[in-house]
Write a protein that binds this ligand. Structure first.
Ligand SMILES: [Zn+2]
Length: 590
């Protein structure tokens, strides 16, 4: 028995069988049942998305002996003749090869005769945009005064080439590209019916190659079925298509994240040998890195370009420990090289260079991580044997989510030895790691004293005012982190309770964010606990300083610059890196 191609064998015979064009089939079904079907219907859309299939089903709907209705019986003479392509009253005309005025005149003359046995004479003109100007004029004459027994169903991939006079006389429906997942589901369903063993990766590759056209997808699937013996794998599809298997994309991103230049060259070589077009391949890599970024920043599946459900998990997995900043950096470089690769006379070499460039960049460190670093360095500044000054080197950890260096820089080994139970600092949760017992132990009997780091500790004396208390707490804080205590230059302790206190402070947005970080809050809590001798919950109420009324943008900018230059964190950064200020950029106005 000869092989019958899938597209023919499984051609939809009812609207509900059409893949993924519900918005059209529903509207047409309603039009038929309510008797309001226009005499000229235009179906537009990319190739292979179901335009002529819909036109044929619609022809059955109106001409079915048990109709007209939304679902043709597919049993009557009319239905069966349409299915077999021999209906006496349904004419399928290829507009590309019948584009002359004579062809349309012939249709016009013929249209006046009554249908042979059906309610309507139906003309399905495919690729109608190919008609010549004079042919369109002839067509227009029929559309202006159509016989009541005639319907025209037009299909086109290029509606812009159809004169507006024709368009205005048609009811238009636009077929959309079929989503990748719908194509894959459809192919998987057919393969199951046919008993064909095919991997999900192979189905995805075929689906992607079809670019939203169900007919192309089925043709490719036919090709795979007829050329394969045994199960159809992604490798097999890649060989036949001379294309790219999805695994290669993931191999490539893995090699880039691991900064493995050898592997990168090897992957490009392999794909080159398969005859892959380098510019097209690079576009695939770009799309892949974009998808990785989208997944990393929590984008929803519908903004991912052509990614099947099962692949999204693989993407998530791959970027689990990579920062979005780093992916963005890579994407940025690759994107800049895109033009070069497309224009290059040696695109393979250009692509290799692009990826090498991408892996030579040290992963970006986020602002938060940088502040963290400065904090740590600042504390250790002056200690000649500080081992905390090495820049971040790990390529595979996420600088955003990485916990700060656990090694405390404010403790030298000697003091550490005398207080073995004391936890490392800074720690994500202060309360859990520092109890009042340990604090009291650190204090001298007189109430004042020094902490294990050798800094003076200010503790509560009887009858102190809120202002005095807060002043002492800030001194404690200053001992921990000067930059942080400077955020509270305009602050008040407005409430204290047994285990809590509330602080109100006014400053700029940066300081408020800085004070609100987990590590900052832990330090503030520590300073308070040192003062009160027990664990204290601190509530911060920060107000952004209103800029002086009447100040214009320039004045405001100058004010911000001044604030920036005087900021203890900036001073610390300058000192730590031995740098100087080149330029101040205001990235976001408070
Ligand atoms: Zn029928």
């Amino acid at each position: 028995m000869s092989y019958q191609v899938l597209a023919r064998k499984y051609r939809p015979q009812r609207f509900e069988d059409v893949v993924s064009q519900e918005h059209i089939t529903r509207a047409l079904a309603n039009a038929v049942t309510s008797g309001r079907l226009a005499h000229a219907i235009l179906l537009s859309g990319p190739r292979g998305t179901g335009k002529t299939t819909i036109a044929r089903i619609l022809a059955k709907c109106v001409n079915c002996e048990s109709g007209p209705g939304a679902t043709p019986c597919n049993e009557c003479r009319s239905c069966q003749d349409i299915t077999s392509g021999h209906a006496a009253d349904v004419f399928e005309i290829d507009g590309a090869s019948n584009n002359k005025v004579e062809n349309i005149r012939e249709i016009r003359d013929n249209a006046h005769y009554m249908p042979a046995y059906s309610p309507f004479k139906i003309y399905i003109i495919d690729e109608v945009h190919m008609l010549s100007d004079s042919a369109f004029n002839a067509l227009l004459k029929i559309l202006e005064e159509p016989p009541a027994h005639v319907k025209f169903f037009f299909a086109t991939t290029d509606p812009n080439k159809i004169p507006i006079t024709i368009l205005s006389r048609c009811q238009r429906h636009d077929c959309r590209r079929v989503p990748l997942d719908a194509i894959i589901r459809h192919m998987a369903m057919l393969c199951e019916k046919e008993g064909i063993d095919i991997s999900p990766e192979a189905l995805t590759m075929i689906g992607r190659e079809a670019e939203g056209g169900i007919r192309d997808a089925l043709s490719l699937l036919d090709l795979m079925i007829t050329s394969a013996d045994g199960p159809i794998s992604a490798d097999r599809v890649a060989d036949v298509l001379g294309g790219l298997d999805r695994q290669s994309l993931f191999d490539m991103s893995a090699a880039v994240f691991a900064q493995n230049a050898g592997k990168i060259i090897e992957i490009i070589d392999r794909l080159y040998d398969r005859g892959q077009n380098m510019a097209k391949l690079f576009a695939e890599f770009l799309a892949h890195f974009r998808n990785l970024l989208v997944v990393k920043i929590g984008g929803t599946p519908d903004v991912l370009s052509d990614v099947s459900e099962f692949e999204i998990n693989a993407l998530r997995d791959q970027v689990k420990n990579i920062s979005s900043t780093h992916i963005n950096q890579i994407l940025d470089i690759l994107f800049k090289e895109d033009y070069t690769i497309r224009q290059s006379s040696r695109p393979k070499l250009a692509m290799e260079m692009a990826f090498i460039r991408a892996i030579q960049l040290p992963p970006a460190v986020s602002i938060d991580a940088l502040i963290e670093k400065i904090d740590t360095l600042q504390k250790g500044f002056g200690q000649t044997d500080s081992d905390n000054a090495s820049p971040p080197t790990s390529q595979d950890t996420d600088p955003v989510t990485r916990t700060p260096d656990p090694t405390p820089s404010d403790e030298n080994p000697a003091t550490k030895a005398t207080t073995p139970g004391r936890p490392d600092y800074p720690a994500p949760s202060f309360e859990k790691q520092l109890d009042s017992h340990e604090i009291n132990e650190a204090l001298t009997p007189s109430g004042g004293g020094v902490d294990p780091g050798g800094r003076p500790v200010h503790v509560k004396e009887p009858g102190e005012s809120l202002a005095a208390s807060w002043e002492k707490i800030l001194k404690n804080l200053s001992g921990e982190n000067q930059a942080l205590s400077a955020c509270f230059s305009d602050s008040h302790l407005i409430e204290t309770g047994k285990n809590h206190l509330k602080v109100q402070f006014s400053t700029n947005q940066f300081n408020i964010s800085y004070a609100g970080r987990d590590t900052s809050r832990a330090l503030i809590q520590k300073a308070c606990s040192l003062y009160f001798g027990n664990d204290i919950q601190v509530a911060l109420a920060g107000t952004v300083t209103a800029s002086a009324s009447g100040t214009n943008r320039n004045q405001q900018a100058r004010l911000l610059e001044k604030e920036t230059l005087g900021h203890p964190l900036v001073e610390a950064a300058l000192k730590v890196f031995n740098g100087k200020i080149v330029e101040i950029k205001i990235l976001q106005e408070a």
